[in-house]
Design a protein around this ligand. Structure first.
Ligand code: SF4
Ligand code: SF4
Length: 346
């Protein structure tokens, strides 16, 4: 009896934590994990690329989370051949985990875990701090711009889902995929003036326009948004207690008119819960699960999202295929070719 009361007390106390701060902590944690993986990977890549077959650090498989195209081809390969490839197993595991999280928690990966989303939000916040507000493209421009990410997604899906088993096998076990992570690193460490210009443009656009990259250009986010439509969770609004202050809509980074809908069904909703936190009349906005049958405290929803993502990855890392089967000798050989000016084949 005492134990259950204690547990309920803890659950209540946790439920009162400010959801905005918990989300920021989640984004920070995820970004720091990515940074640690990036530093370790750079150390490994530098040594193996220069021919050291016994580097001082091992390759962190989590870097494959940054290779979504490779993961999508791996998924197509699995469907076409029935083989879960061991060349990039972590990439496929991370990709499937993110898809699963989106089916349960909408596009919550974007709002709670994605380091690029976090960086985009920070740039937008810096813009608001410096200019007093972010710019908002007019609706006539906003709608066509938003469709860009779906066009990019359609392009990748058409190209990759159209591959047969032979084509996916050639890609998955090909030289290009074996060093795709190192080539991605070199893209940033030896960046061309054109690529630098594009990155600076995107950073500048995110400074002026809130969530520019996520809202208009990210095909990964577009895919998660479509899957998120099947999620059993929704933000719901109780019209009877709503005082029409519009604070929810003003807080929404996705520009959703929360104050005018009974429930948020938009594929643009990143599950950030900023609208819920901004609402001055509690409980007017709530997180509901399974068609308004249950409501969940916002913090608990976010914690469940984080636990699902990190828990699934830790389990796969411990018990499933995780480390790449590509030996350092092969990577070193391909990178020697790259240094000699030869482009690795697909
Ligand atoms: S509707 Fe609410 S949870 Fe969804 S993006 Fe807007 S503020 Fe975030
Ligand atoms: S912030 Fe709350 S009270 Fe204000 S408009 Fe939105 S739902 Fe209604």
């Amino acid at each position: 009896m005492d134990a259950s009361r204690t547990l309920r007390g803890i659950a209540d106390r946790v439920g009162r934590w400010p959801v905005g701060r918990v989300r920021r902590a989640s984004q920070l944690l995820s970004s720091l994990v990515s940074l640690a993986i990036g530093v370790r990977f750079a150390l490994w890549a530098e040594q193996v690329s220069s021919g050291n077959l016994h580097p001082s650090v091992s390759r962190p498989a989590g870097v494959e989370g940054w290779l979504p195209i490779s993961a999508l081809v791996s998924l197509r390969h699995w469907i076409a051949t029935g083989e879960y490839n061991l060349a990039r197993p972590a990439g496929l595991a991370i990709f499937l985990t993110i898809l699963g999280v989106s089916l349960l928690f909408k596009k919550g990966f974007c709002g709670w875990l994605c380091p690029i989303g976090f960086l985009t939000e920070l740039l937008g916040a810096a813009g608001r701090w410096a200019l007093g507000r972010n710019l908002k493209p007019p609706k006539a421009l906003d709608y066509p711009l938003r469709s860009l990410k779906y066009l990019l997604l359609g392009f990748f899906l058409l190209a990759i889902l159209g591959m047969d088993g032979r084509a996916t096998t050639a890609f998955v076990y090909g030289d290009y995929n074996a060093v795709a992570d190192i080539l991605m690193l070199r893209f940033f460490t030896r960046i061309s003036p054109t690529a630098l210009g594009v990155l600076l443009f995107l950073a500048g656009a995110a400074f002026f326009v809130r969530g520019f990259w996520c809202r208009y250009l990210c095909p990964y986010g577009a895919l998660l948004g479509i899957l998120g439509l099947a999620s059993p969770t929704r933000i719901v609004r109780r019209g009877e207690s709503c005082i029409a202050c519009r604070k929810c809509s003003r807080a929404c980074p996705a520009g959703i008119p929360v104050d005018r809908v009974a429930e948020v069904r938009s594929d643009e909703c990143i599950g950030c819960l900023d609208c819920v936190a901004a609402c001055p009349v509690r409980p007017t906005l709530e997180v509901s699960v399974v068609r308004r049958r249950w409501t969940v405290k916002p913090v608990w929803w976010g914690l469940a999202l984080m636990a699902t993502f990190w828990g699934a990855l830790l389990l796969i890392r411990a018990f499933g295929p995780w480390q790449s089967s590509i030996p350092n000798e092969r990577v070193a050989g391909i990178m020697a070719d790259v240094r000699a000016g030869r482009v690795p084949s697909h």
